[in-house]
Structure formats: structure tokens, C-alpha cells
Write a protein that binds this ligand. Structure first.
Ligand code: R5P
Length: 295
């Protein structure tokens, strides 16, 4: 057993330096095979190195939540304005036109519903079906500190093995139990474990204090989940700070599809992520598209 006594706290994150130049626009992927880099390029725009990923996979454990009652009428029209979309294979096959140009990120874990212990997940997608669906990446929840921590990390590793075999990227999704402290120290631990186990992208939450240490110490791109619905200006501020502090994009769901103008919010988030607009500037885009329905 490793001797964990006397471990020194990490302290020199070199946050002012940025990642070392590698010749490829996705952090940590320069050594990957052509197919995997090509798939990552369907998620991260080569001109900005960033992504706006629209997440609507929530139904895999909560069912038809607000904003996701109808995937065909409410979500499909948004897809052309997203760089990538994250959903289950059921949602993709039934409700998203095959003409969609966005990078496909398939939810690959599942099992328990919101009525049960959420960390009890299994791999719920075969890589062969992911390839059939032209997936650029598959996504799996990782429950560091959760009751089924070891299994979820082993699930991630198994998916990475399959992904490396076929050139499909793996997105490790940091799942935070309701009793866990959401701070930079926890997110450094959880994101680094996912990256060290081979994830090519890691999704996590933004924290006000020390987020730049999370992005700096993770050797693959961090994308930020939106989390619960916030006022639009606050969600845009979170996206802006995330990017300023080293995130390579957002994987946002509720703050887009639960907005009174999902299309306006998506356009505003794009402006923050790809064009560097300040939150207040992007909010004007949202308001304009919302057509006066916004405050
Ligand atoms: C949650 O289980 C899913 O992974 C979501 O895709 C993720 O949390 C992003 O959605 P939201 O922005 O609504 O948090």
C-alpha cells in the first residue's frame, strides 16, 4: 500500500504559464492517433481551441425534466448552434436529425435513477454502437469519493481502453455527491484522477476560489458544467470566468434549455467562449434574441 503519510500539499501550479505548446489545439492530445485527434476536432473548434457543448443527457436518470419534455421540438432546433452535443443514444436516435453537424458525445454510463444511490453506475453503451452513431466521444460519470468510487474509476478505465482501440475520445464527468465539499481541492483531485486514468476531456464545476489551479493541474481540457439554473447574467459570468481561468469550454444544459430564450442563451454563451465577450456584452445578445421577454 502506498505511504500516504506526509504528502505535501500541491502548491506550485504555474497558473500564469498556460499549457506547453504542442502543435495541436486540444490540450494533452498531441500524441494521440489521427482518428482520435480528428474526433476531438469535431468537439473543440480548431480556430479557438474551445467548445460550446449542449448537454441534454439528464433524462438518463431524472426523466423528462423542465426544458427537456420534448427533445424533438425544444432541443433539436438548438443543435445547429452548438459545437458538440451530449446526450444518450436513445435521445440521439429518436430526436436529433442525422443531418446534425455537431460533434456527438454519447452518455455511456447509467443504471440508477434519481430514486436510488446515484454512484451505482455501470457502462451502458458498447463502443461498437458509439461508432455506428459516429460518436466523437463517449461520456462517463466518475464518482471520486462516492460509495462506488472504485467501480466508476474502473468503468472509466475500461471505456478508455475501448476508446483508444477505436480512436474515440472519452469524457470523464466529475460527479459530486450531495454531501461533498465543492472546492478547488476536491476538483483538483477528481479531475486529475480522470485524466490520469486516460480521459481525454474532463467535465467539472466552476468554483470561485482557485479554479485556475484545477485547470492548470489537469493535463487534458476541462469543460465546465452549468449546474442548476441561474439568472442568465450569472451563468454568463460563470462561463466567462471559467474561460479566463483556463477552461476549454462549457458543457451546459439547464442554463440553456431552461432559459426563457434557449437560442438567445446559446448565442450569448458562444460569444463568451469563442469571441471573448464580457458577460454584460453577451447578455445584450441574449436579450436581443429573447425579444424583450428577458428582464
Ligand atoms: C448531468 O448528469 C449531466 O452530465 C449533464 O450533462 C451536466 O450536468 C451538464 O448539464 P447542466 O449544465 O445542466 O449541469
Amino acid at each position: 500500500m502506498a505511504d500516504t503519510d506526509g504528502l505535501l500539499d500541491a502548491r506550485d501550479f504555474g497558473t500564469s504559464a498556460g499549457p506547453a505548446a504542442s502543435g495541436f489545439h486540444v490540450k494533452g492530445a498531441h500524441g494521440q492517433d489521427w482518428g482520435l485527434r480528428n474526433r476531438l476536432s469535431r468537439i473543440f473548434r480548431p480556430d479557438t481551441g474551445r467548445t460550446v457543448m449542449l448537454a441534454f443527457d439528464h433524462g438518463y436518470f431524472v426523466g423528462p425534466m423542465a426544458g427537456l419534455e420534448r427533445l424533438d421540438t425544444r432541443i433539436a432546433p438548438l443543435v445547429p448552434d452548438a459545437d458538440a452535443i451530449m446526450m444518450t443514444r436513445g435521445a440521439l436516435r429518436t430526436s436529433i436529425p442525422a443531418t446534425a453537424g455537431a460533434g456527438i458525445v454519447l452518455r455511456a454510463s447509467g443504471g440508477p435513477s434519481i430514486l436510488r444511490e446515484l454512484s451505482d453506475e455501470h457502462i451502458a453503451l458498447d463502443m461498437e454502437d458509439a461508432l455506428r452513431l459516429n460518436a466523437a466521444a463517449v461520456a462517463i460519470q466518475v464518482f471520486v469519493g462516492g460509495e462506488h468510487e472504485s467501480r466508476s474509476v474502473a468503468n472509466l478505465a475500461a471505456l478508455v481502453d475501448a476508446g483508444q482501440r477505436h480512436g474515440v475520445a472519452v469524457l470523464g464527468v466529475t460527479a459530486v455527491g450531495k454531501d461533498m465539499v465543492r472546492d478547488a481541492r476536491y476538483f483538483r483531485l477528481a479531475t486529475r484522477i480522470s485524466a490520469e486514468m486516460g480521459a481525454h476531456i474532463v467535465k467539472t464545476y466552476y468554483v470561485d476560489e482557485g479554479f485556475e489551479t484545477v485547470t492548470a493541474s489537469c493535463p487534458v481540457p476541462i469543460i465546465v458544467a452549468g449546474g442548476k439554473k441561474l439568472p442568465e447574467i450569472d451563468a454568463l459570468t460563470m462561463a466567462y470566468r471559467s474561460i479566463q481561468e483556463g477552461a476549454a469550454g462549457v458543457d451546459m444544459g439547464r442554463n440553456i434549455f431552461q432559459s426563457d430564450s434557449p437560442a438567445g442563451m446559446l448565442a450569448a454563451v458562444r460569444a463568451v467562449v469563442h469571441d471573448g465577450l464580457k458577460p454584460e456584452e453577451a447578455y445584450e445578445i441574449y436579450k436581443e434574441k429573447a425579444g424583450g421577454s428577458a428582464a
